[in-house]
Design a protein around this ligand. Structure first.
Ligand code: AMP
Ligand code: MN
Ligand code: MN
Length: 326
């Protein structure tokens, strides 16, 4: 664990602060939203003034989480925060400038590629989710876990592990899950909301990408364009969870998804089968992630980004296989 501060130091930091801003990464996933609400609600319970910020807002599919209506798209200008906290983000660019010039005091994350950009960094790559870190440590940091907080935290664990099935899943995460259930989290309900229920628009959006799907040498890839998004009426700017479907294809050693963004960027996502590490590949492009799931935002047109990234991905898989043989 990369950690330049102890449990006591973080407890003191949290207890001494009154005006606190918490944020997480752009295109927030379940772990981003769950950790934001989990920590944010527990700080509110402790009597703090808390601003929970997600610059992209969040997909309406997460509205089921208690407290989600408190999430703001920008920090109130009239508040001078005495503590800023980043959750589930491996580098400051991922925060979408939520803190402005203010910078990050406390960086809590589980990405192996975290660049330790906070004044205090609590980074545990062995944790299955940032929510798992919070569930483990909130009580030591002097904060309570109630029913709503447990629900938010379990939601992040379930989404980041895709229902407890990612290769980094471990018994500690199951114990944490059991504890969260004891705190009132309803596992079947959260599982269904987070991983089973889908909107018509989401599936329609997928269908455009599925028609374009390609395969070669153990790699599956496809794109989601802005036009696809508009045609489908999908209102998020994320992958609509399509990555999970692509990575379920048996022959995909690696799957790659390109999602066109409306600022001249393309979001690239890699998923890999156990034994193949795509985090180094993502990092080489300036992104990051986990061995089995990584991403990057690249400037450029969809086809150009696709060509560059696919060339590097083929080379990366070939190199990995060559190393496995030798
Ligand atoms: P995604 O493909 O967006 O679902 O993300 C997969 C993993 O890669 C997550 O753990 C993300 O935090 C990480 N990731 C995605 N995009 C980026 C990026 N632009 N920079 C750094 N890490 C990223
Ligand atoms: Mn995340
Ligand atoms: Mn995460």
């Amino acid at each position: 664990m990369t950690q330049n501060n102890s449990i006591e130091a973080i407890r003191d930091l949290l207890s001494n602060a009154q005006k606190i801003m918490v944020t997480s990464h752009i295109r927030p996933d379940g772990d981003a939203i769950g950790s934001l609400l989990g920590l944010g609600l527990s700080l509110l319970e402790a009597g703090k003034q808390v601003s929970m910020v997600l610059v992209d807002g969040f997909p309406s599919a997460f509205r089921y989480l208690p407290g989600s209506n408190r999430i703001l798209r920008s920090a109130p200008r009239n508040i001078e925060f005495d503590l800023t906290i980043s959750l589930d983000a491996s580098d400051p660019e991922r925060l979408g400038n939520a803190f402005g010039e203010r910078g990050v005091d406390l960086n809590i994350d589980h990405h192996i590629t975290n660049v330790n950009f906070g004044k205090i960094n609590f980074v545990d790559p062995s944790a299955v989710a940032t929510c798992a870190i919070l569930a483990e440590h909130l009580p030591e940091w002097g904060l309570k876990i109630n029913n709503d907080i447990a629900t938010a935290l379990l939601s992040g664990i379930i989404t980041d592990t895709i229902g407890f099935r990612t290769s980094n899943m471990n018994s500690k995460a199951m114990r944490i899950t059991a504890d969260l259930m004891d705190h009132g989290a309803n596992l079947p309900q959260i599982y269904t909301e987070a991983l089973v229920n889908r909107s018509f628009e989401q599936i329609l959006y997928w269908s455009y990408a599925l028609q374009k799907m390609q395969r070669q040498d153990g790699i599956i890839w496809t794109t989601l364009s802005l036009a696809d998004r508009q045609l489908a009426g999908y209102n998020g700017n994320d992958d609509a969870d399509l990555n999970n479907l692509l990575s379920s294809i048996s022959e995909a050693d690696i799957s790659v998804l390109f999602v066109e963004q409306n600022n001249g960027h393309v979001k690239v996502s890699w998923r890999a089968k156990p034994g193949i590490n795509v985090s180094s590949l993502a990092f080489s492009f300036g992104g990051g992630g986990h061995p089995a799931a990584s991403g990057v935002d690249l400037q450029g047109a969809l086809t150009d980004v696709q060509n560059t990234v696919m060339e590097a991905t083929f080379a990366h898989l070939k190199q990995t296989k060559d190393e496995q043989i030798s």
